[in-house]
Design a protein around this ligand. Structure first.
Ligand code: ATP
Ligand code: MG
Ligand code: MG
Length: 530
């Protein structure tokens, strides 16, 4: 039934690439190994895979590792793991750094052809000149001068370090990305793959078209913020004299109360504000998985938005609602009672000695297995439930039957205990309250129920917003509870429903009686944390 639903969604998502031929399409997903994959990357990865498969073509995953200051092997390893989690199987894995020698040759060729020049204009001045359409005083220096300065750059000399290589495109172009973009920058830091061999590194603008063309990419999918750069991309390909590549824009994904920038996520990690890149409050693949998001929900959500090029701010609720539709029909049910103020209910005619009944973990899905439920003459219920009951009221004990409450003991406003008599012939239809309960039994396990909130308080972050000013002061609330002893067998990552409390994912399984099982609350698209 679930795959049927998925097919429906995916079936309604039919988009085509211009100039695509069956069997001849090649796409690429080019993450920079400067962080783990987040939901925006997942969108790019799913779309690239979708088209590669749709046209019986090829998918390349290319680590775009051109900035040694930000990149690490650790990120390569985790991105590979994230792709596996997303069930994306690249046909080839490559690295932009593999092309460093070829890119250096290309740079030199462009210098010799008068299509690139070395500039030592300070960064801020260069930016201003670009805005104002003012040519650099270096723009028309001759090839020999350029080659000499390029050598200084390559050698990483003091003179070289003050320079960069720029394409000689069009300083008057209305599209400012054509105003002599930077092709190579100096960086004396060590590269995680090639070591200290190079002192200069190509920019994305320069490396990407070359490598796309060289690797046989037919369609370069680019998120919408690159739209203005498409013209520059074609122009650089033409200057290089290499095979042209189609581009295809898709919209960049943004979510409310969420940062989708590896640089900002890295800041949270470095400041110790989160546990790491896999923190369940993070929009990373690993974080969202820890929070209880299924890959199927993620895929459906992203593919159902499909080709829409609208730059909109997404609500998390939509995604969590899809997730709920996937987990609810299959996830096992368990019971928990909050420790704070839990109230004993004594059943006058309850079983003298506790007994056990084996019941399904999910009433409509046998695949969820079975659990042992303990029945006893003293049971525990939640404080909120106890406070809602009136003396003489008939209530339903879930998975057991009705009971009539005869007496409620109070200390001030606080309910300290209840007593009642079973009325198992009573109809469930006649009662207002259906209570979850646990036999008061030494086998109960300790639970730590974790409720998480957004890391920032600002719905839509603007460029000028200072992260420190928008931090949400409380993002994690932990509540102690007790649960049925079956939960001792929960594995890490297992998703359950705690009856009447919501969906949870097991983050730390049972190890010993003194440390609680950690269950993270999974949003279901209805709860609004604020
Ligand atoms: P970040 O700012 O998070 O570092 P990036 O664009 O610099 O993002 P890359 O690793 O260079 O990160 O991106 C790899 C691919 O993922 C690119 O094709 C990029 O367009 C795409 N991508 C990144 N963020 C998003 C997003 N929010 N929505 C859609 N696609 C995205
Ligand atoms: Mg990038
Ligand atoms: Mg970025």
């Amino acid at each position: 039934q679930q795959t049927e639903k998925a097919q429906k969604v995916e079936g309604s998502f039919e988009i085509s690439l211009p100039g695509a031929e069956m069997g001849k399409v090649c796409t690429r997903f080019p993450p920079e190994p400067s962080g783990f994959l987040h939901i925006g990357h997942a969108k790019a990865a799913f779309l690239n895979e979708y088209f590669a498969r749709k046209y019986g073509g090829k998918l390349i995953v290319r680590f775009d590792d051109t900035n040694p200051s930000k990149e690490k092997d650790e990120f390569v390893t985790n991105i590979m793991q994230d792709l596996e989690t997303l069930e994306i199987k690249p046909d080839e894995v490559t690295y932009t750094s593999d092309y460093f020698p070829a890119l250096m040759e290309m740079a030199e060729k462009l210098i010799k052809e008068g299509k690139a020049y070395v500039d030592d204009t300070p960064r801020e001045v260069m930016q201003k000149e670009r805005m104002d359409g003012i040519e650099s005083k270096r723009r028309n220096q001759n090839v020999e001068e350029n080659l000499a300065l390029w050598k200084e750059m390559v050698a990483g000399t003091k003179r070289g370090l003050s320079c960069c290589l720029r394409g000689k495109l069009d300083m008057q172009a209305l599209n400012k990305t054509l105003r002599d973009p930077v092709y190579y920058r100096c960086n004396p830091e060590e590269h995680h793959r090639v070591g200290s061999k190079y002192k200069v590194y190509p920019t994305y603008d320069f490396a990407c078209p070359y490598v796309d063309s060289t690797e046989g990419v037919t369609h370069a999918l680019r998120s919408s913020e690159y739209h203005d750069r498409n013209e520059q991309y074609y122009r650089i390909l033409a200057d290089m004299g290499v095979r042209p590549v189609h581009t295809w824009d898709f919209s960049r994904l943004n979510f409310v109360y969420t940062l989708l920038s590896k640089r900002k996520l890295q800041w949270f990690v470095s400041q110790g504000l989160v546990e790491g890149w896999d923190d369940p409050r993070f929009p990373t693949v690993q974080g969202m998985r820890r929070r209880g998001l299924t890959v199927e929900a993620l895929r459906r959500f992203i593919l159902s938005q499909g080709a829409s090029k609208n730059l909109n701010l997404m609500e998390w609720d939509k995604l969590w609602t899809i997730n709920k539709q996937i987990i609810d029909p299959v996830c096992p049910r368990h019971t928990a009672v909050l420790k704070d103020g839990k109230v004993p209910l004594t059943l006058r005619d309850g079983p003298e000695t506790p007994f056990i009944r084996i019941i399904p973990r999910h009433k409509k899905f046998a695949g969820a297995g079975k659990k042992a439920t303990v029945f006893a003459n003293t049971i525990l219920i939640d404080k909120a439930d106890a406070e809602a009951i009136h003396e003489g009221e008939e209530v339903t004990l879930m998975d057991w039957g009705n009971t009539i409450i005869e007496k409620i003991d109070r200390e001030g406003d606080k309910v300290t205990g209840l007593s009642g008599v079973l009325h198992l012939e009573g109809s469930v239809k006649t009662t207002k309250l259906k209570l979850t309960w646990l036999a008061d039994h030494p086998e109960l396990v300790d639970l730590n129920l974790v409720e998480l909130d957004y890391l920032i308080r600002k719905e839509k972050m603007e460029e000028e917003d200072e992260l420190l000013n928008v931090l949400n002061p409380v993002t994690k609330i932990e509540v102690a509870a007790v649960g049925d002893s079956n939960m001792r067998n929960l594995a890490k990552g297992e998703i359950i429903q705690l009856e009447r409390k919501g969906y949870f994912i097991c983050d730390a399984p049972y190890v010993r009686p003194t440390s609680p099982i950690v269950l993270i609350s999974i949003p279901d698209g209805r709860q609004r944390p604020r």
